[in-house]
Write a protein that binds this ligand. Structure first.
Ligand SMILES: CC(C)=CCC/C(C)=C/CC/C(C)=C/COP(=O)(O)OP(=O)(O)O
Length: 300
């Protein structure tokens, strides 16, 4: 079979099987493994899949696109267990869909993305597990710094939010470098919640409000807008949808304040399995509920 004929049959196969639309990279990798040097076919498949994806995104964009999507990356350890991987490898596996998700959200023009990377509660895990995740994040953040030109080309501003004092200095320095390097980007914002808990954020905002009040004698009443201004994510747009993988329906102290009028979507997939199909379903669910959510927001 000629390579082009082979490519055509593969593309036909992709068209019939949406499953492979979102695991294009897996498909390409397995093709490269089995067919050795046939990278032309792999490239053809890759560009066809991204073409199909862009077409699907065009269709989705006929309806409203969420301004702000938030993700709870749940199920990394269960993924490692399910695939007999070493402890910790689940987190590594969880980094890959994160990068793909950011790319898709950029293509869909989602303005703001928030991820729950590490909660204050997560510090209660076994010390070597905590160290593993934090070291992995430092490693990835430093990797991001090396690729900062690409991040800036996409116009993504990266902000780390949470009680950053609880983190190792090494982490804080790397995070601050990324925040500084992307500070002028305006296309979209990526909030990475680390050492984060909603209750901690609210207490912190209330404390800052009181300090403000003390500094400006005479301002007796604290208004909603004052508290909101002091939240870690400031005046970011309302969260439209919170996605929590692994079928769990809890917020676990994540964006409790900001999600009073948000949709909660909880696919059964574990975080490392999250892909295009789930993202598209999340957007479709948002589009279906948006008129109701808008109405509720106006009533507040
Ligand atoms: C640079 C950067 C932001 C990297 C992010 C890396 C990453 C995937 C972090 C997830 C950390 C975490 C505690 C997830 C919860 O899953 P879990 O361990 O609770 O899984 P389980 O529910 O199966 O136990």
């Amino acid at each position: 079979m000629l390579p082009t004929q082979r490519a055509c049959s593969i593309i036909r196969y992709i068209l019939y099987s949406t499953r492979y639309c979102y695991t294009s990279n897996k498909l390409i990798k397995s093709m490269e493994k089995t067919r050795g040097d046939d990278t032309l076919v792999a490239r053809l498949v890759g560009s066809s899949v991204s073409y199909i994806r862009r077409c699907l995104f065009r269709l989705l964009s006929v309806g409203p696109i969420p301004n702000h999507m938030a993700f709870i990356l749940d199920g990394n350890r269960r993924y490692a267990k399910k695939h007999n991987l070493k402890e910790g490898m689940g987190y590594r596996a969880g980094f890959f869909p994160l990068m793909t998700l950011l790319k898709y959200c950029y293509e869909l023009s989602v303005k703001c993305i928030t991820i729950y990377a590490f909660s204050i509660d997560n510090f209660k895990r076994r010390p070597h597990e905590v160290d593993y995740v934090i070291d992995l994040m430092i490693d990835k953040i430093e990797g991001l710094l090396k690729e900062v030109k690409t991040v800036n080309r996409y116009g993504v501003r990266v902000l780390f939010i949470g009680n950053l004092k609880l983190l190792h200095e090494h982490f804080r320095i790397a995070a601050e470098k990324v925040m500084r390097a992307t500070a002028n980007n305006k296309q979209s914002v990526l909030f990475i919640c680390v050492a984060y808990a909603s209750t901690d954020e609210i207490v912190h905002a209330a404390q800052e409000c009181c300090e403000d009040k003390r500094a400006h004698e005479g301002r007796e009443i604290i208004k909603l807008a004052d508290v909101e201004r002091h939240m870690y994510m400031g005046t970011a747009p309302d969260v439209d949808i919170v996605v929590r993988t692994s079928g769990e329906m809890r917020l676990s102290n994540f964006l409790v304040w900001q999600s009073s009028c948000s949709l909660l979507y909880s696919p059964r997939a574990l975080w490392p399995e999250f892909g295009l199909r789930h993202l598209m379903l999340a957007v479709l669910m948002f589009q279906r509920s948006n008129p109701y959510l808008e109405k509720r927001r106006k009533q507040l």
